[in-house]
Design a protein around this ligand. Structure first.
Ligand code: 4AD
Ligand code: MG
Length: 462
C-alpha cells in the first residue's frame, strides 16, 4: 500500500519508509552523470526533500520535462541519504509530472529576490523559503490566539463586517453601497442612501469593539478576530487598508485587568510561536534581523513597564533627543517616541495609560481628573504600538456627554448607549493588530510582507 506522506513527516521519520508518495513542487534539479537529484518542497516545512533518480530507472524518462516550479508526484522509498547535508532522501520508483513549469518564464530563480520584487509576485511568493515560513508562522500565531482565549474561558464572537457605525469615529470607513457611482459624490447626503441597499449609509467595519462590548455584557469575556478596514490614506510600513485585529472584551474589568490581559496575550502568543515554529523562526533570525531572538526573549521574559502618558511625556522631554515630531502634553505619541521608550529608555515593552481625552476615542472611560481617559497602548520594540485599548465608559450620562462633545450622531449608536441603561458594568478591552504582531515575531519591517495579499492605497492587485 502506497502511503501519501508530507515532506515534514518524511524528514522527521525515525526509520526508513517503503512505498511512500510525495506531492510537491520542484525547487531545483541537478543532473550528474548517471543520475539526477530533485529538491522538492510541499509547503509543510522549510526543508526540501531530496529525490534521487537513477539513469535507466523508469522515472528517468519523465525527468527531462521536470523543471524548477513543476508540480510532481514521486513514489518511492525513504532511505538514509549517503550524501552530506541531509539525513533522509527518496529513491524514486515512479515520477509523475502533474503540472509542468516553463523554465524560461518561471520567475522564481534560485538566487534571493528582494521583498519589493516578490510583492509583484504575490501569487508565487509563498513558494519561496521566506514567505512559506512567514505564512506558516501566521497560521500558527492565529491558532495561538484562539488557544490563549479558549484556555482563559473567552468566547469567540463573530462581529459583523458590514456596519452602520464608525467605532473609532475617525471617518475612515470604506463605503458599502449598491448605488451607481454617479449618484454619490462627497456632498451626498442621507436622503440618497434611503434608496440604497440598507436604506442608510453603511461601511466596512474599522473595529468589532462596539459589538464585542454588547456581548461581553452577556457572555462575560469574549473576543473577536477578523478583518478590519481603514480608508486612511497613510502609506506607512505599519498601516494597511485591510488588516486583522484581535479584540478581547471583558465584563467586570478595569484598566489594570486590561493591561494584564494584553501583556499575557502577547507573551503567550510569542512563546507559542517560539515553541512551535522554531525552524521557520530561525530563518528570520538569520536573514532578517540578527537581534530577533534577543527581542523575543525580552518580550516573553521581562515584566512590561507601565507608565502614565504624563510620565511618558516627561521622559521624552528629558531625553535630550531631537524628534521629528516635538513632544508636549496633549499631543499624540508618535512611532519615533514609542520606539525611544521601548528600545532606549526601558529596553522592554511598555504600556502607556491615561491619555488626554482629546486625542482618544469617545468610548474611553473619563478619569476623575476630567482631562484624561483610561486608555492604554502597549508598545513593543521596533514596531511601536501593537495594542490599543481602554476601559469603557459605562456611565450613561458621561457617555452621552462625551458623544455630544465629539459631535456624534446618536441615532447611529442608540443600541450602544442603551446597553448602559440595563445592568451596565465596568468593562474593558483592546485591539491587537495581528500583522503588527507578525512583524514583531519575524522582524519583517513592512506590513505588506506579513499579509498574504496586502491592500494599501492604490494597491488591490491579486
Ligand atoms: O488603536 P486602534 O485604532 O484601536 C481600536 O480599533 C479599538 N477599537 C480596539 C479596541 O479597543 N477593541 O487599533 C488597534 C490596533 C493598533 O494598536 C494596531 O496594532 C492595529 O490595531 N492597527 C493597524 N494595523 C495595521 N494597519 C492599520 N491601518 C492599523 N490601524 C490599527
Ligand atoms: Mg491606537
Amino acid at each position: 500500500m502506497i502511503k501519501r506522506t508530507r515532506i515534514l513527516d518524511a524528514l522527521n521519520s525515525e526509520s526508513p519508509l517503503e512505498h511512500i508518495l510525495i506531492k510537491g513542487w520542484v525547487r531545483t534539479r541537478r543532473d550528474s552523470k548517471g543520475f539526477s537529484f530533485l529538491d522538492i518542497n510541499d509547503g509543510s516545512c522549510l526543508r526540501n526533500i531530496q529525490v534521487f533518480v537513477e539513469e535507466g530507472s523508469p522515472p528517468y524518462k519523465t525527468l527531462k520535462d521536470v523543471n524548477t516550479g513543476s508540480a510532481v508526484e514521486v513514489k518511492g522509498s525513504l532511505i538514509e541519504s549517503p550524501g552530506k547535508g541531509q539525513k533522509w532522501e527518496i529513491r524514486a520508483g515512479d515520477l509523475t509530472l502533474v503540472g509542468p513549469a516553463e523554465p524560461e518564464t518561471y520567475p522564481l530563480q534560485k538566487k534571493r529576490h528582494s521583498d519589493e520584487f516578490l510583492r509583484t509576485l504575490a501569487h508565487l511568493r509563498p513558494r519561496t523559503n521566506k514567505y512559506g515560513a512567514l505564512f506558516r508562522i501566521r497560521s500558527e500565531s492565529s491558532f495561538a490566539a484562539h488557544k490563549f482565549f479558549r484556555d482563559q474561558g473567552f468566547y469567540y464572537l463573530h462581529s459583523p463586517i458590514i456596519t452602520g457605525s464608525d467605532c473609532e469615529g475617525a471617518g475612515e470607513m470604506f463605503r458599502v453601497t449598491t448605488l451607481p457611482a454617479s449618484k454619490i459624490n462627497p456632498e451626498t447626503t442621507g436622503d440618497v442612501f434611503e434608496k440604497d441597499f440598507f436604506g442608510r449609509e453603511a461601511g466596512l467595519t474599522v473595529s468589532g469593539q462596539l459589538e464585542a462590548e454588547l456581548f461581553a455584557c452577556a457572555l462575560g469575556n469574549v473576543y473577536t478576530f477578523g478583518p478590519t478596514f481603514r480608508a486612511e490614506n497613510s502609506n506607512t510600513p505599519r498601516h494597511a487598508a485591510e488588516f486583522w485585529m484581535i479584540e478581547p472584551e471583558m465584563a467586570f474589568a478595569d484598566l489594570n485587568d486590561n493591561m494584564d490581559l494584553g501583556e499575557n496575550l502577547v507573551k503567550s502568543m510569542t512563546i507559542h510561536v517560539m515553541e512551535n515554529c522554531q525552524e521557520d523562526l530561525e530563518l528570520f533570525a538569520r536573514f532578517v534581523d540578527k537581534n530577533l531572538i534577543h527581542i523575543l526573549e525580552t518580550v516573553i521574559e521581562k515584566t512590561y513597564a507601565r507608565i502614565s502618558y504624563t510620565d511618558a511625556i516627561d521622559i521624552l522631554r528629558a531625553s535630550g533627543k531631537t524628534f521629528e515630531f516635538p513632544v508636549d502634553w496633549g499631543v499624540d505619541i508618535q512611532t519615533e517616541h514609542e520606539r525611544y521608550l521601548c528600545e532606549d529608555y526601558f529596553k522592554r515593552p511598555v504600556i502607556v495609560y491615561d491619555y488626554p481625552k482629546e486625542i482618544k476615542s469617545f468610548y474611553m472611560r473619563l478619569n476623575d481628573d476630567n482631562k484624561t481617559v483610561a486608555a492604554m497602548d502597549l508598545l513593543v520594540p521596533k514596531i511601536g504600538e501593537l495594542i490599543g485599548g481602554s476601559q469603557r465608559e459605562e456611565r450613561y450620562d458621561v457617555l452621552e456627554r462625551r458623544m455630544m462633545e465629539n459631535n456624534m450622531n446618536f441615532k447611529d449608536y442608540w443600541w450602544y448607549i442603551d446597553i448602559r441603561k440595563f445592568g451596565s458594568v465596568p468593562h474593558a478591552g483592546f485591539g491587537l493588530g495581528f500583522e503588527r504582531f507578525l512583524m514583531m515575531v519575524t522582524g519583517v519591517s513592512n506590513i505588506r510582507d506579513v499579509i498574504p495579499f496586502p491592500r494599501t492605497p492604490r494597491h488591490v492587485e491579486f
